[in-house]
Ligand binder design. Structure first.
Ligand code: COA
Length: 637
């Protein structure tokens, strides 16, 4: 049954109905699963997996039973995969949030004349946040519509309503995503971090919302207070940078004291955190700015001037390094982009309203949050600082602007830019490692009610054939064979994309089958303990397109120790890549990967130029705006 998402906002009277996320046919998913792994594992292992999968899928077998349960669940819930996915992707994960989970949006470098200038920027930014939040509270945000593949479908807006009213609470085994009621009065404050101190800025004083000049005045007072070394509190923000279980254990210790309990409660209910950073002392380039967003440079730099659990955390550095660090569980990068682009446009488009006269005398002094420490807590802080430092030392990051061409060139070839870039990433990986690996590309399923993402498995057999043609078989194959293989790879990738965005991806489905088997207390089916399934969920290449229309870029870390995180931002005339890996792995190097990517992109362009007559895209999936009728069976060209 379709669900009415919400009343359309005033002025947009069109009805707004989103279908539920479908449960794909069992056989389709199992067939696609086998196809997705056949070329990535040894023949012997494949044969073993094949027989396990066939047994799982046989008539009257475990697969059919679980599928039936999943179909029942899909009838009885708004979104059968939402909680499974949220737990699996985020809440059950135990790794530290910085680098491993929290993405960052890096704003253009600002040229502040002096410290006051950076505070004015922060005050203007906070004013923009309050304006944006008004749109959220009054449900006045325009509905998003899909672009690119299958353009024109309305998208679920739920994620926007979780930007400012959520908090990821650490748990010993599983975190909790706390959601406060939107517009709740308890939430009318933000937290300002400065020199590792946390201050409360009440946004409503004597029933009046602070004006920008008042916000600036409060920020100035906070900066002064932070400079007072006698009153300085220990850097408790560090604790949120730790592993989730470690932080949960520490939090249990902290809340035994009422002072700590109160400080935590205030932070956990704030709208957002604004981090006023000191100059980092690092040379300011794209890569260093991205690093400062992801981990703050560790405890010696800005790593403790953060509260990583809070989904929206704005950074304003005195040296012009600015951006947003996000706790990812409530929303996707695309929603973050929409919000931050609004803010950037607000900052440049509407002049700062700071006049000469201020009303500061009526404002109460800002409140510094206090912490009670013990030698035990001091020890925990030290341990968190050391673990963050290890993460900082380990992260190998390279932000690269590929300027030879951009998505317009790719479109001229009649190819999907996203598919083309994905193929180029596979080529780069093959060049570096001589094999392809399980790859994750996030695919939005926001065309469904409360849809988040599924996975596009980009390491397709067709792409393997292409990357071999460009490397091992380079001299033995003709250009026409190479271009044919490129088209096969692009078509396979585009088909996988369409399958994923229309709810026919295999990863969410397999996850659902696995989780429902545990809900009904079944012994874990062999298909999910099989080494192929386990390995195919270790995404050595974790990729995501996060396009922007204003100058900024997104970045995130790898999801496995021997992997790469690759976030890309295709622009008309250039492509921006943020590549991350860990120095601790001997199998990876971000610089080497970027070099291979650069070379491959140039070779792919040269190859396209040899064929001046592009072949038609052979996607046979019907292009309709109704996702529910799409891709029941895909013709994998
Ligand atoms: N010939 C010419 N142009 C083509 C084409 C073709 N064969 N195929 C696509 N194009 C055009 C599209 O019309 C579109 O044009 P536009 O720039 O004018 O809008 C453009 O190329 C981009 O399309 P494409 O590259 O195919 O990608 P997409 O926009 O459909 O995006 C995904 C594909 C998978 C990235 C997208 O569906 C998605 O899911 N995005 C969300 C990812 C996400 O969640 N990221 C954040 C994770 S935290």
């Amino acid at each position: 049954m379709p669900i009415v998402e919400r009343e359309p906002p005033k002025g947009r009277r069109e009805s707004y109905v989103l279908p539920k996320v479908p449960v794909p046919p069992l056989k389709q998913t199992l067939d696609m699963y086998l196809t997705s792994i056949k070329h990535l594992v040894k023949e012997e292992q494949y044969q073993k997996t094949k027989s396990i999968v066939e047994k799982f899928g046989e008539p009257g077998g475990t697969g059919e039973l679980l599928q039936e349960k999943l179909l029942e669940k899909s009838i009885n819930t708004h979104n059968w995969v939402y909680d499974y996915w949220l737990d699996d992707m985020y809440l059950n994960q135990r790794l530290a949030l910085p680098v491993n989970s929290n993405p960052a949006m890096v704003f253009p470098k600002q040229d502040f004349r002096d410290h006051k200038d950076s505070l004015k920027f922060a005050a203007h930014l906070i004013t923009g946040v309050l304006e944006y939040k008004k749109h959220i509270d009054t449900r006045a945000l325009p509905v998003d519509f899909s672009r690119g593949q299958l353009a024109g479908t309305p998208l679920c807006m739920k994620q926007y309503y979780r930007l400012f009213n959520t908090y990821r609470l650490p748990g010993l085994k599983r975190d909790t995503l706390v959601i406060h009621e939107t517009g709740s009065t308890e939430q009318e404050h933000i937290i300002v971090a400065c020199k590792n101190q946390f201050f409360v800025m009440d946004l409503v004083v004597k029933e009046k919302t602070l004006k920008e000049m008042d916000i600036l005045s409060q920020l100035e007072k906070m900066v002064k207070m932070a400079e007072n070394t006698e009153e300085r509190q220990p850097p408790f923000g560090l604790l949120t940078s730790d592993g989730r279980t470690e932080w949960a254990q520490t939090r249990d210790v902290l809340i035994k004291d009422s002072v700590n309990r109160e400080s935590l409660a205030v932070i956990e209910k704030c709208l957002c955190v604004v981090c006023l950073d000191d100059p980092s002392g690092m040379e300011v380039g794209d890569t260093s700015r991205a690093l400062l967003m992801l981990h703050g440079g560790g405890h010696e730099k800005m790593g403790a001037n953060r509260w990583y659990d809070k989904p929206m955390q704005f950074v304003v550095g005195e040296d012009g390094v600015c951006g947003t660090v996000c706790e990812h569980s409530p929303f996707e990068g695309i929603v973050l982009v929409a919000c931050t682009e609004y803010l950037m446009k607000f900052m440049t488009g509407s002049p700062s309203k700071i006049g000469r006269a201020t009303s500061v005398s009526e404002l109460p002094a800002p409140r510094r949050l206090l912490w009670k420490t013990t030698p035990h807590i001091q020890g925990l802080l030290k341990a968190s600082a050391e673990r963050l430092q290890r993460l900082v030392r380990d992260l190998d990051m390279d932000v690269h602007k590929f300027e030879v061409y951009g998505k317009e060139f790719i479109k001229k070839q009649k190819m999907s830019p996203d598919a083309y870039i994905q193929v180029s990433l596979q080529l780069a990986f093959y060049r570096c490692n001589g094999r392809l690996v399980s790859t994750y590309e996030s695919a939005s399923i926001r065309r469904f009610h409360e849809g988040r993402v599924d996975n596009i498995r980009s390491a397709t057999p067709e792409t393997l054939a292409f990357v071999k043609a460009m490397t091992d078989e380079k001299t033995s194959l003709s250009d026409s064979e190479k271009i044919k293989r490129l088209w096969d790879a692009i078509n396979a990738q585009t088909n996988s994309t369409i399958a994923a965005i229309t709810g026919m991806g295999i990863d969410n489905h397999l996850l659902g089958l696995r989780e429902i088997s545990q809900e009904i207390h079944m012994e874990m089916p062999e298909i999910f303990t099989d080494e192929t399934y386990v390995a195919s969920n270790q995404f050595i290449l974790s990729t995501s397109q996060v396009p922007t229309t204003v100058e900024m870029f997104c970045c995130y870390g790898p999801v496995v120790p021997n992997g790469y995180g690759c976030c890309y931002n295709p622009q008309a005339d250039h492509l921006l890549f943020s590549v991350t890996s860990f120095h601790g792995s001997t199998e990876t190097s971000s610089a080497v990967f970027i070099k291979a990517l650069d070379e491959g992109l140039v070779e792919m362009r040269d190859l396209c130029k040899t064929s001046n007559k592009p072949q038609s895209n052979k996607i046979r999936c019907r292009r309709s705006h109704s996702p529910s009728v799409l891709c029941g069976s895909l013709d994998r060209a």
